[in-house]
Design a protein around this ligand. Structure first.
Ligand SMILES: C[S@@+](CC[C@H](N)C(=O)[O-])C[C@H]1O[C@@H](n2cnc3c(N)ncnc32)[C@H](O)[C@@H]1O
Length: 287
């Protein structure tokens, strides 16, 4: 059994004389987020600085026996919280390619690796460990986790939401995308080449739009937006939303934004907002 250190002179709750039944009630009611019960969690740690992670998320990290991550700068940003933890990197070659609709049927090697991993997670939970998957932002907004929720449905997995880069980006520009002169609708999307929801098709609605850039070409995104939004439509690009030291905003219109942006210097962490809402003109007022 794991030993937890107590502060000198302070009695542990187990030595305090509180009846065991009462204690059990507290532990049960306080729930897994208090780190008492073994379980499986998918936890969003927010878009940037650690102080944008929720209290619940940090408690779960603290209580985790085993943490899985795709790596990247989350390891540096949360270094203090992850110190001394058993942190393991997810085999991204297996998981990022995995799609619930297309789970590599013809390729036995990734399937085998994935199965070994899934079995080991189930085994850890079964043996009483807290297993926590951590991700940036909110894990269920433009995240790769849907497959996992399905895989672990039978043993139960709790999702802890995080502040998304969408929230942090909106905070950076100080605008609400549901308040625009001509729309109350927000589209969250990315530049996908196929399907009914291509950027050009969505642009025709002229709703407020948030574009997760992933690794798409900036010039392509702007060209597709311009196909339907008027050239004077405001656009803001938020770089490193939620990072106090390096957050930056580049604003303009669809007409002139390309003269203000060096596409090659954009970090992966850049998110695009488009629409009249950025102008700050309120519904009911003409622009
Ligand atoms: C795979 S999505 C993950 C989104 C994440 N689940 C969230 O809720 O923010 C990655 C894209 O989100 C955006 N993004 C993520 N973190 C960001 C940040 N801190 N600042 C700006 N954009 C960010 C970028 O467009 C990036 O290409």
């Amino acid at each position: 059994m794991k030993q937890y250190a107590n502060r000198p002179g302070k009695k542990s709750i187990f030595q305090s004389g509180i009846p065991a039944v009462f204690l059990f009630g507290i532990l049960f009611l306080s729930g897994p987020a208090q780190g008492r019960a073994a379980g499986l969690y998918l936890v969003g740690l927010g878009p940037g600085d650690p102080d944008l992670a929720t209290v619940r998320a940090l408690k779960l990290v603290q209580a985790a026996d085993l943490i899985y991550t795709f790596g990247g700068d989350i390891l540096e940003r949360f270094a203090d919280h992850l110190k001394g933890k058993d942190v393991r990197e997810l085999p991204s070659d297996v998981f990022l390619r995995y799609n619930v609709r297309r789970p590599d049927p013809g390729d036995p090697e990734p399937q085998k690796k994935r199965q070994t991993f899934l079995d080991s997670v189930r085994q850890s939970v079964k043996s009483g460990e807290n297993v926590v998957f951590i991700d940036n932002g909110d894990p269920l907004i433009s995240g790769p986790w849907v497959w996992m929720l399905r895989e672990f449905e039978s043993i139960g997995i709790e999702v802890v939401p995080g502040i998304s880069s969408v929230n942090a980006g909106l905070a950076a520009i100080g605008r609400d995308p549901t308040w625009a002169p001509h729309t109350h609708t927000v589209i969250l999307t990315s530049d996908r080449p196929h399907g009914r929801d291509r950027l050009e098709t969505l642009a025709a609605l002229q709703s407020s739009m948030v574009v997760f850039t992933h690794r798409s070409k900036f010039e392509d995104i702007i060209r597709k937006l311009k196909s339907h939004y008027p050239p004077a439509t405001p656009i803001s690009i938020v770089l490193y939303a939620g990072y106090k030291e390096k957050q930056a905003v580049i604003s303009g219109t669809l007409q002139d934004i390309e003269s203000k942006v060096q596409p090659d210097s954009l970090p992966f962490e850049n998110i695009i907002f488009v629409g009249d809402f950025i102008s700050g003109v309120l519904p009911g007022f003409s622009m």
